[in-house]
Design a protein around this ligand. Structure first.
Ligand code: HEM
Length: 505
């Protein structure tokens, strides 16, 4: 009996010891491998990045991905190892190696892009398979061509005047201050929703079938729910409210797509000709045996257009106005150019005319370079190939930081300074390094729409009004806040509009 009680701890000792020692050995050997023998072991970067995913996660939570990526590249050079299996680049060649056309492309990274689905269906944004993506892109390309979009120009012009009459004119009349940013999101949402569904949300006029607030819930709920599917059951008021907003958006899209399909069946093909939905519903992809988009694909894609098309364009327009507000010499040149081109206030500028105004386009290019709303590195997975100067093994997550390449001082002297003049003599290097719409087969499909929207809105605004920043606006309030789309941290830009000529620029 005594022998048994004494020997029991001795017999069990090695087992309990092993229970502790094995996990410790596993952790130590994993860290040791990742630091010294991992294929990325020789790349520079912060020490903890060698064996954790801590830094990218922290940057996401702190909403400062773009600035953090830039700081990493500044400190360690390109490429920098920012997590066990992840590299950032900031050289010109990495743009084409990572994002360019290729028979073995770097595919979009699964965890990141799986976050961006509302209904569970895939969209042109998050489809990773090359063949399936090409099919979606082909089906959509006609609707997003400059030619097709210009047929809808009268709608854009009408919405621009509506925005000005409802938002700007009353403030100018009464000498009041107005928040231009929030209303710009609504303005572009009104245009994109019309182009998507053949029916505008009409947020600016107050009809608001779906509000900008409902749209905002996408960014709050959608990325989080892919990690925490149970999120929707949390009895927290703000979460429940966010799901209600998202639900409204999905219901609206489903109803519109259904109504659209049945109208098309009953009335034939003579209605809503220029809308994206019309092109999507009709489109057949001959290369995949005449396949059409499913109902859920139609709903998912139209929602993605709304999300991708409104905030991005509004942020860029807002930063143009902010920069012109704090740089009177820039504002004067812009206003002079626009008013010389369109002296008659009863004549609305067209895109064809505004696209020929060098200074207006230089101001927009510079706003996209300095304040691009999607300038974080978009993650791709190496198929095992040379990127930049290095062979990057299969499975490594890679990206080029658009924010960093657009700040390369050898290409953009004084890179942090807003200087539209630099674009008046743009070099090929400048175009290669400033890529606000990304590059290659996964670049922005909505670029032409963004150009048309921004050119007409800005030309009309400065044709009719002098606009000053409200003195309460500070640089801190305009600092970029990375919520997926990078927008001013203060979520507003207060301005004082006055009828043209009231200010001496
Ligand atoms: C100033 C405005 C805009 C900027 C700076 C911008 C920028 C970008 C960038 C950088 C990407 C690549 C994202 C990635 O690799 O994951 C992208 C993709 C995309 N954008 Fe835009 N965008 C703008 C406006 C628009 C508009 C107006 C629409 C449509 C209504 C749109 C629809 C899309 C879609 C559908 C994709 C995914 C394309 C694909 O993966 O094939 N964007 N955009």
């Amino acid at each position: 009996m005594t022998a048994f009680t004494v020997s029991l701890p001795l017999q069990s000792f090695p087992i309990s010891y092993a229970l502790w020692i094995l996990p410790i050995l596993y952790v130590v050997s994993t860290v040791f491998y990742r630091v010294f023998f991992h294929p990325l072991a020789s790349y520079p970067g912060p020490f903890f990045a060698k064996f954790t995913e801590l830094y990218p996660m922290l940057a996401m939570v702190k909403r400062n991905r773009i600035v953090w990526q830039y700081e990493m590249l500044q400190k360690y050079g390109s490429p920098v190892r920012v997590a066990t299996n992840e590299l950032f680049f900031s050289d010109m060649k990495s743009w084409s190696d990572i994002y360019g056309q290729s028979s073995s492309p770097c595919q979009k990274e699964k965890v990141f892009y799986d976050m961006f689905t509302v209904t569970g269906a895939t969209s042109v944004l998050n489809e990773r398979d090359k063949v399936q993506h090409s099919r979606l892109r082909r089906l959509l390309s006609h609707g997003f061509s400059l030619k097709a979009l210009l047929q809808e120009q009268p709608l854009v012009q009408k919405k621009v005047d509506e925005y000005i009459n409802i938002v700007i004119a009353p403030a100018a009349e009464k000498g009041q201050t107005v928040d231009i940013y929030t209303k710009l999101i609504e303005h572009y949402l009104d245009i994109t929703s019309y182009l998507s569904f053949g029916e505008s949300f009409d947020c600016v006029s107050g009809k608001a079938l779906v509000t900008q607030h409902d749209m905002d819930q996408f960014m709050i709920v959608v990325p989080t729910q892919s990690f925490f599917p149970a999120l929707r059951h949390f009895p927290i008021k703000s979460i429940q409210e966010a799901y209600r907003g998202l639900g409204k958006l999905i219901d609206f899209s489903r109803t519109r797509v259904r109504a659209f399909q049945s109208k098309l069946e009953k009335e034939g093909d003579q209605f809503a000709k220029g809308t994206f939905l019309r092109n999507l519903v009709d489109a057949r992809d001959e290369e995949t045996g005449g396949s059409k988009l499913t109902f859920e694909e139609l709903v998912e894609n139209t929602i993605i257009f709304l999300v991708a098309g409104s905030d991005t364009t509004a942020v860029t327009t807002t930063y143009v106005i902010w920069e012109c507000g704090r740089k009177p010499e820039v504002r004067k040149k812009l206003v002079d150019e626009i008013r010389a081109a369109f002296p008659d206030p009863t004549v609305m500028p067209t895109y064809e005319e505004t696209s020929k105004l060098p200074y207006l386009n230089a101001v927009i290019e510079e706003a996209l370079r300095v304040w691009g709303p999607l300038s974080a590195g978009f993650p791709r997975v190496s198929p095992g190939r040379i990127i930049g100067e290095h062979y990057i093994p299969q499975g490594v997550v890679v990206s080029t930081s658009a924010y960093a390449t657009a700040r390369d001082p050898t290409v953009f002297p004084n890179p942090h300074v807003f200087q539209p003049e630099r674009w008046l003599k743009a070099t090929p290097e400048m175009r290669n390094m400033s890529r606000p719409f990304s590059y290659g087969p996964r670049n922005c499909i909505g670029k032409h729409l963004a150009d048309i929207n921004m050119n007409i809105t800005l030309a009309r605004l400065y044709q009719l009004y002098d606009i000053e920043n409200d003195p309460s606006m500070t640089e801190e309030m305009m600092a970029p806040n990375d919520r997926g789309v990078t927008s001013p941290v203060g979520s507003k830009l207060l301005v004082r509009p006055r009828r043209a000529g009231a200010l001496v620029p």
